[in-house]
Structure formats: C-alpha cells, structure tokens
Design a protein around this ligand. Structure first.
Ligand code: G3P
Length: 218
C-alpha cells in the first residue's frame, strides 16, 4: 500500500520524505490556505522534496470550462502533479477529458461506492474515499473503502482506492485490511505509526545491556 502525507506544510513533507517510505503528497484548498504560502510555490517545492511522488493539487472552480482551465494550469506546473477534482457532475466530465489526454487525476470528496464507480468509469487515477468524516457521523467510513476496492478489482478498473480523511493509525491498518491501494494521512499520524511502547522498552534494554558489557562496534 502506498503512503501519502496529507499536508500543505513543506517542512512536514521534508521530514516524511527523509524516512524513505513516502510515495506522494495530497493537498486540498484548506491545507494550502493553512500553509500561508502560495499554491504554485508550495506544490513545486513538494515536487522537489518527493522526486517521482504523486503530488495532488486541487482545482477550485465548480463549472466544467473553468475547472478544465485550472486543471491544465496546475498539471502544467510539474509532471508529478495529479489534478485533484471534486466528485460533482462537471468534475466527472473533467476526469474523462483529462484521462483521455493522459493527465492523472485524484477524485476527491468520495463517500460512497456509487460515487467511486462514476470516478472509476471516468478514468480516475486515484479515488479519494473519505473515512474520518463518515466516522464523525457515527457511521463506518471504511465500509465504502472495502466495497470500492472490491468494485475496482471485480471489474478491472485501473483506478486506485485512496483512503483519505485518516484520523488515527487504526484507519491505516483498516485500509491495509480492506486492500486499499493508498492511504493519505496527516504528518502526525505517520509519526504515530512508528510508536509502540515495547519498541522503546526493548531498545532501552538492548542499549543498557550493551553498555554494561562494555562492548563496541568496530
Ligand atoms: O485531503 C482530504 C482529506 O484527507 C481531508 O481529511 O481530516 O479534513 O477530513 P479531513
């Protein structure tokens, strides 16, 4: 499963990229606004920090013609840019157009299998299925993820199911169990994935024993 970090903060991207396990970055208008930096400059910096990674940059318009103009603009910034498009009628039409032109897309704000089916049929590269926002409503967001993974696999669609709106490491584990292709998460969740108290206790014991024995390497 690919791991993406969901942020507009280039310092977070830099730290996550250093770990050598980062496959891409997703941004959205909220995250870019929060970064306090310009959209293009942030996206280009992220592309530089994650060579070969898929970097999602979202269009803002909601009418087809302006969405297409914005999509061509952001996709022209860098070959790594993936155009993020909301799951609305002009968005699905846009994904079809972009896919015919060989431009990669990430369809966002997907909450149901029927929405995912439309995105897959339009030729979406990634389908961002949100889980946390559904869990917030006392429902199980991961159900649509598992069903959408089965849907793309049963019918041979090339789209990858991307688990978004991840709130804790258990969502990442559930994404793995559902066979999702990608999970994107805030930097702090990626940091939390390293954590296990037995790792800390075990390492302390190893180092204490080594020190007591007066050993050294080399
Ligand atoms: O970028 C899309 C998604 O990951 C946003 O998550 O936490 O705002 O529901 P959240």
């Amino acid at each position: 499963m690919k791991l993406f970090v969901d942020t507009g903060d280039v310092e977070e991207v830099r730290k996550a990229a250093e770990w050598g396990v980062l496959d891409g970055v997703t941004t959205n208008p909220t995250l870019i606004a929060k970064s306090g930096k310009g959209f293009k400059e942030t996206v280009l910096k992220i592309c530089e920090l994650v060579p070969n990674g898929a970097i999602s940059a979202e269009v803002i318009a909601t009418d087809y013609e302006t969405m297409l103009k914005e999509a061509l603009e952001v996709s022209g910034w860098h070959p790594q840019v993936v155009v993020k498009v909301p799951l609305i009628e002009p968005g699905v039409r846009l994904v079809r157009t972009l896919s015919e032109r060989g431009i990669r897309t990430n369809v966002t704000l997907v909450f149901s299998v029927s929405q995912a089916l439309l995105a897959a049929k339009a030729g979406a590269t990634y389908i961002s299925n949100f889980v946390g926002r559904v869990d917030d409503l006392s429902d199980d967001g991961m159900v649509a993820v598992a069903d959408s993974v089965a849907m793309v696999e049963n019918y041979g669609f090339e789209s990858e199911i991307l688990v978004a709106s991840v709130r804790h490491p258990l969502h990442v584990v559930q994404a793995v169990n559902a066979g999702a292709h990608v999970a994107t998460m805030p930097f702090k969740i990626m940091e939390m994935m390293f954590k296990h108290p037995l790792t800390d206790i075990g390492l302390t014991r190893f180092l204490d024993d080594w020190k007591k024995a007066g050993l050294s390497i080399g």
